[in-house]
Design a protein around this ligand. Structure first.
Ligand code: ATP
Ligand code: MG
Length: 240
């Protein structure tokens, strides 16, 4: 469903992605890990065209992301993305955050968008908060709204970039629980995270990056039991 073929990217002289290739099939839960600055965020953002690449190709559900003729807004509407810092619209109520994209991008009626948005808000346990503004919610609640908002768009896949790393420890699990539920329902997911408990529980694949390169791309058990590279072993030893 998502194919990344030999992509390279430079910021000026600095090569941030080095000939990276990987593939995500329908229903895969891929966890991407690696040291700070290794290119994880950059890699995940290439999938919906937020970061263009100079070499290689990314194909999402048959569409080549970098092609000039590709309708990027349409593609992005089909891929949910959740970032570290929630990124809800601060001036809109929770309900309006949930419906705006559905109305503007998918052309749904306000009633339809509201029904759908509230269905997902209920699912993340926040139906009672629909009239609040993002600033009135905790970080964990905001992140769950962000997930509900992404799901309201009926995405074919979800991308997460360190969704729990800006949260206080007691809020991490409420967000991870929602993500575990999604994974268990068969959602196709690419997740940048250092939460190895999450990886062990629901990932089927683990990608390890270092200095812009994909050093490991393996089944989960293999990654945890027998990482192939010294760098991955060091990394695991430090974070587990
Ligand atoms: P972290 O774990 O800290 O989030 P990361 O693995 O997500 O790190 P990236 O954010 O993808 O890493 O960044 C990879 C490298 O590219 C870093 O060295 C970073 O400084 C550099 N970089 C990122 N964005 C830019 C930019 N717009 N211009 C120049 N360099 C950049
Ligand atoms: Mg990052």
């Amino acid at each position: 469903m998502i194919e990344i073929k030999n992509i390279s990217k430079w910021y000026g002289q600095f090569q941030v992605l080095k000939d990276c290739s990987t593939k995500v099939d329908k229903g895969d839960v891929m966890v991407i890990c690696g040291p700070s600055g290794s290119g994880k965020s950059t890699l995940i953002k290439t999938v919906n065209g937020l970061e263009p690449v100079q070499q290689g190709q990314i194909i999402v559900d048959g569409t080549s992301v970098g092609e000039k003729t590709t309708d990027l807004p349409a593609l992005r509407a089909r891929i949910g993305m959740v970032f570290q810092n929630f990124e809800l619209f601060p001036h809109l109520s929770v309900r309006d955050n949930l419906t705006l994209g559905q109305i503007k991008v998918l052309g749904r009626s306000a009633d339809e968008a509201t029904a759908r948005g509230l269905q997902y808000l209920d699912r993340v346990g926040l139906l009672a908060q629909q009239d609040k503004f993002p600033g009135q919610l905790s970080g964990g609640q905001q992140q769950r709204v962000a997930i509900a908002r992404a799901l309201s768009m009926d995405p074919i896949a979800m991308l997460f970039d360190e969704p729990t790393s800006a949260l206080d420890p007691e809020m991490i699990n409420e967000v991870l629980d929602v993500m575990v539920g999604l994974a268990q329902e068969g959602m196709t997911m690419m997740v940048v995270t250092h939460e190895m408990g999450f990886a062990r529980k629901v990932a089927n694949r683990v990608v390890f990056m270092d200095q812009g390169a994909i050093l490991e791309d393996t089944a989960k058990d293999e990654f945890f039991q027998a990482p192939k590279t010294e760098r991955a072993r060091d990394f695991l030893a430090r974070i587990i």
